[in-house]
Design a binder for this molecule. Structure first.
Ligand code: FAD
Length: 499
């Protein structure tokens, strides 16, 4: 008899878990409340424009290679990757802009143009980031934690000091760069982690190694190609997918899960349940008995949640010469922007935001001669608003794009304009406080301090996805599936090769 796994959620962590378990010979059934796979990594079409609804940066290609190899597959057989050049363009308020190429010689010159002498310091910064990346991946990120001693021991603490775990990103970056421009270039990657430089450990400067050394890639057709590939691989090994199938509870017997119940009423027996759904939702809505919940109400009240986002999907009637594929507009007052998101939640008064224009690289995502734009403006999780505020803020962002990113008359050139905001993250993905990304990567929510990937109370309930180990982002969610499956399959499992 095959062992049975019920997976709640077909996000990246759920799909990746299904791939591994189905390949290992398990009978795997995946249930998602939405009408297709992908979770936040989803796709939307309107008038010939094809939008990646969530992720648009393909980073850490090494992790994808390892994950596909684990499944005896090759990335190249599934994804047509292009290395972007430039990797991204930054716009500073007031008209200054710069391109970064993930090419050290070229990027050092750009750094010098932004801050005299910063080129050499960028080399030193990235050398350190590369060194720390290898320690972080090997010792902290890519591992399960079973006891506090796994973290609080001399070896780990001394590695932690080498990683600058105990200093703040803002202070660390300030040791290398003095100009606000270069500090922003070194820190913007924290947005990938849903964090602020003022509350994030400095070792997340490893993200600069990820974008400025390893490079930024794009799979032709969009990031949804990753989802299609994972779904296909899992289905080939026999995994079954059920969409429009919300799970309403995890069925338990004593301290064991013995299946799930769907909102439609069907019961599905299972030897193991893996929840890829938001952990807060799983713990508070799907586990009905308080005594079986791993975390208290107080625990959730004190979590630092990553920002939500105002996401705009725009179709433009003609071309926009001023944009590259990835574009970032940095606010003048960085501190105020982060404070408006994390400390005194409000619509950010001086927002930084990101604009993706994938039609620069991929003709398939927009009708000929037109441009596809995805805009992501980080805003506070849990922000309350009415339709009037949403539309006024959207207009303000479009005005800023016209002025600061040199896109004249953008508003009158729009053919498609859709938005997705806090309430949509809740209704579509059951996201805690409508966060776009999940729990932020503060020190208190990193490594062994992040929600564990195994329930403390229900022995055969596991978690995979951005809210558990190791954290946010598509590559991290692939690792999360590997880590959960290490627990489920223990001795028999040949895990992903670690650095
Ligand atoms: C706007 C945006 C931009 C991003 N940009 C990037 C990027 O450029 N690069 C990158 O690497 N990452 C990016 N990310 C982060 C990345 O998308 C996520 O970290 C990752 O996709 C999360 O995957 P997950 O495994 O946690 O599952 P999720 O995406 O959270 O999916 C979980 C699934 O479970 C379903 N579910 C929930 N409750 C139930 C239930 N009761 N029953 C059934 N199903 C349920 C949900 O509807 C969802 O489909 C971005 C995210 C967003 C939102």
């Amino acid at each position: 008899m095959k062992k049975k796994a019920a997976v709640i959620g077909a996000g990246i962590g759920g799909l990746a878990s299904a791939c591994i378990l189905a390949k290992e010979g398990w009978d795997v059934k995946v249930f998602d409340n939405n009408r297709k796979a992908g979770g936040r990594c989803n796709i939307m079409e309107a008038q010939g424009f094809v939008y990646d609804m969530g992720p648009s940066w393909y980073l850490m290609p090494d992790i994808f290679e390892k994950f596909f190899a684990l499944l005896n597959e090759r990335v190249d057989d599934h994804l047509g990757l292009v290395k972007l050049s430039p990797s991204y363009r930054v716009f500073f308020k007031g008209g200054r802009q710069a391109d970064f190429y993930s090419d050290l010689a070229r990027d050092a010159q750009t750094a010098d143009s932004l801050e005299p002498g910063a080129g050499q310091r960028l080399r030193e910064y990235l050398k350190m980031a590369a060194y720390q990346y290898n320690i972080a991946m090997g010792k902290f990120v890519w591992r399960n934690y079973d006891s506090p001693l796994d973290f609080f021991n001399w070896r780990m603490l001394s590695q932690g000091v080498k990683l600058s775990v105990f200093s703040r990103m803002q202070d660390y970056v300030g040791r290398f760069f003095k100009s606000p421009e270069m500090q922003k270039v070194a820190q913007y990657t924290l947005v990938f982690l849903g964090s602020s430089p003022y509350n994030t450990p400095a070792f997340y400067n490893i993200m600069s190694h990820v974008d400025l050394d390893m490079g930024v890639f794009y799979p032709q057709g969009g990031l949804y190609k990753i989802v299609e590939a994972l779904e296909k691989i899992a289905a080939r090994s026999g995994a079954q997918f059920h969409y429009n199938s919300a799970v309403s509870r995890i069925l338990t017997y004593g301290s064991l899960a013995d299946g799930i119940e769907l909102a439609a009423g069907d019961k599905v027996p299972a030897d193991v349940v893996i929840s890829n759904a938001d952990i807060y939702h799983t713990e508070t809505d799907l586990i009905k008995e308080q005594r079986l919940r791993s975390y208290s109400r107080r625990y959730w009240r004190t979590r630092v949640v990553a920002p939500s986002g105002l996401v705009l999907y725009l179709g433009v009637k003609d071309k926009i010469p001023s944009l590259a594929h990835h574009n970032l507009l940095f606010s003048a007052d960085w501190g105020k922007n982060f404070s408006d998101i994390f400390d005194e939640p409000r619509w950010p008064r001086d927002p930084s935001f990101y604009v993706c224009c994938p039609s620069k690289t991929d003709p398939a995502v927009a009708p000929r001669g037109k441009e596809n734009l995805f805009v992501f403006v980080p805003i506070p999780a849990g922000l309350e608003y009415g339709p009037g505020e949403l539309s006024a803020y959207t207009d303000r962002i479009l005005h800023m794009m016209e002025k600061e990113m040199n896109i004249p008359s953008l508003r009158s050139r729009l053919q498609v304009k859709h938005h997705f905001c806090v309430k949509d993250f809740v209704s579509r993905y059951h996201s805690f406080r409508g966060s776009a990304l999940g729990l932020a990567h503060t020190l208190g929510q990193t490594a062994m301090f992040r929600p564990a990937n195994r329930s403390r109370k229900i022995r055969n309930l596991f978690y995979a996805g951005g809210n558990t180990l190791p954290g946010i982002g598509v590559p991290m969610c692939l690792i999360s599936a590997d880590l959960a499956c290490r627990r489920i399959l223990s001795g028999t499992y040949r895990s992903m090769a670690q650095p």
